[in-house]
Design a protein around this ligand. Structure first.
Ligand SMILES: NC(=O)c1ccc[n+]([C@@H]2O[C@H](COP(=O)([O-])OP(=O)(O)OC[C@H]3O[C@@H](n4cnc5c(N)ncnc54)[C@H](OP(=O)(O)O)[C@@H]3O)[C@@H](O)[C@H]2O)c1
Length: 236
């Protein structure tokens, strides 16, 4: 289970539902984990034992390229390098084209694409220096494969994350860095339970199930996978 022993992994969106569970799962598998979050850091007493040695970088707005660079610099100076970046920061908004605003499209692109792009660009030099085992894992969405009503801006932005994943995977093929994306459908989070109280939660992918696939993509066993868009949809 310790196949990430010694790997230094930065997780964005790490104070959110999927990000926090992912950080825990990666640390439990031996990774040295850095949590990047936009809000205030959780109190250290609130961190589970596996994250006791984690590097926590808070108040980072990843839509700002400089803030992304500063966060990555903090992590690389604390851990002396970086092997992997997991881009989980993102946002969702349901809004029809007829009733919605054009600004929502900018907001979705900022939250989902710019955050992923800025963190990736900040990390690239470190990942290519990681001795051929560099990794990026992004979060796309099943909903971006074919957009439903109200999903235009969100699906377009996640589609852009998926195209970014493919383009960067090609760009880095000879530089020792793999780039892949997970496509969740509906994740079993407190927010989704509150928004869809009558749904059958047991059909949804748990954050742990997604984190386990991320852990695999970060592992040496996944060296041969790049440019893949991996659905993790459980029974949705
Ligand atoms: N939940 C689902 O069913 C589902 C399905 C498919 C894909 N996804 C994707 O999976 C990822 C995680 O989802 P989740 O349910 O865990 O959402 P979440 O709990 O809202 O976590 C997302 C995190 O990203 C952070 N973030 C947003 N914009 C940021 C920015 N500009 N700079 C830095 N951090 C920023 C948020 O910070 P704040 O708290 O400060 O906003 C939040 O902590 C997202 O990319 C989401 O789009 C989710």
């Amino acid at each position: 289970m310790n196949h990430l022993q010694g790997k230094i992994v930065a997780v964005t969106g790490a104070f959110g539902a999927l990000g926090f569970v992912t950080a825990r799962v990666l640390a439990a598998r031996g990774a040295q984990v850095a949590l990047i979050g936009r809000g205030a850091a959780p109190a250290s007493a609130a961190l589970p034992a596996e994250l006791a040695q984690a590097c926590v970088v808070d108040r980072v707005d990843l839509t700002d390229p400089r803030a992304a660079q500063d966060a990555i610099a903090t992590i690389t100076s604390r851990f002396n390098g970086l092997h992997a970046l997991v881009n989980i920061a993102g946002a969702f908004r349901w809004e029809t084209v007829s009733d919605g605003s054009a600004d929502s499209w900018d907001r979705m692109f900022s939250a989902n694409v710019k955050t992923t792009l800025n963190a990736s660009k900040a990390a690239l030099a470190h990942l290519t220096a990681a001795g051929g085992s560099g990794r990026i894992v992004n979060i796309g969405a099943m909903a971006a494969l074919k957009a439903g009503a109200g999903m235009g801006a969100y699906a377009a932005s996640k589609s852009a994350v998926m195209r970014l994943t493919e383009a960067l995977a090609e760009e880095l093929k000879d530089k020792g860095v793999t780039v892949n994306a997970i496509l969740p459908s509906i994740i079993d989070t407190p927010q989704n339970r509150a928004d869809m109280p009558n749904a059958d939660f047991s059909r949804w992918a748990t954050p742990e199930q997604i984190a386990n696939v991320i852990a695999f993509l970060l592992s040496p066993e996944a060296q041969g996978i790049t440019g893949a868009l991996v659905p993790v949809a459980a029974r949705v």
